[in-house]
Design a binder for this molecule. Structure first.
Ligand code: CA
Length: 224
């Protein structure tokens, strides 16, 4: 299940997309102008943003540029009614990940969405770093100064979420939602326990965490 923000001013298209995503098991919401899209794209965590180019108040290019400037790394799929090559290139230069020309078929859209969600690290692979610690997702281990510690499946899921949201504060409930899904009854304390265990595995000094940073009253932030 993914959280998808649809920034689209044409109600029939927006509602059609929302309905289709819901049927696919995703959670989708619509912002119907550029300002609303930028505000919601910045203030909440999304797995994917569908961004129309021709929008009231702020066009899709501006929204894309501002989101990237604000450090939002969410994959962006631009929807364009125009077919000029130059505009597609501009969108990609501004940090969009892919584009789709209107009118598009629902199957093509679904395929692009799946590809972007996969790429976005729903399944994190390979070796990533947190300071001098290597996080090896293929071998499920953390390596520091020559010694390896095993990572549990839950720790892997939690780390994937942190990696996909580097530098952003995530509340405990958001972490639960992203790592375990909305259907579970995991308590906030479980997150604290996992973070404590992860710190022992990846931090040079678990008492003074540099990578899994606690933000009082708000949650946690991952700084690589
Ligand atoms: Ca439009």
């Amino acid at each position: 299940m993914a959280r998808i923000l649809i920034v689209e001013d044409e109600a029939p298209i927006g509602l059609g997309l929302e309905e289709d995503f819901r049927r696919q098991g995703h959670q989708a919401e619509i912002a119907s102008d550029g300002e609303a899209g930028l505000r919601r794209g910045r203030s909440e965590t999304w797995d994917l943003i569908l961004l129309d180019i021709m929008l009231p108040k702020l066009d899709g290019f501006e929204v894309c540029r501002e989101l990237r400037r604000a450090g939002v790394g969410t994959p962006i799929l631009m929807l364009t009614a125009r077919v000029q090559e130059a505009e597609k290139v501009l969108g990609l230069d501004l940090g969009a990940d892919d584009y789709l020309t209107k009118p598009f078929g629902i199957h093509e859209l679904r395929a692009r969405v799946r590809a972007l969600l996969r790429r976005a690290g729903g399944e994190t692979r390979g070796v990533h770093r947190a300071g001098d610690c290597e996080l090896d997702f293929d071998r499920a281990e953390a390596r520091r100064s020559g010694s390896a510690t095993e990572l549990t499946a839950q720790e892997i899921r939690l780390l994937s979420v942190f990696l996909a949201n580097q530098g952003r504060i995530l509340s405990r409930s958001r972490l639960i939602e992203l790592a375990w899904g909305t259907e579970t009854h995991v308590s906030d304390r479980v997150i604290d326990t996992h973070v404590l265990n992860l710190r022992k595995k990846i931090e040079p000094d678990p008492a003074e965490p540099r990578h899994l940073v606690g933000v009082r009253g708000l949650g946690y932030r991952f700084d690589p």
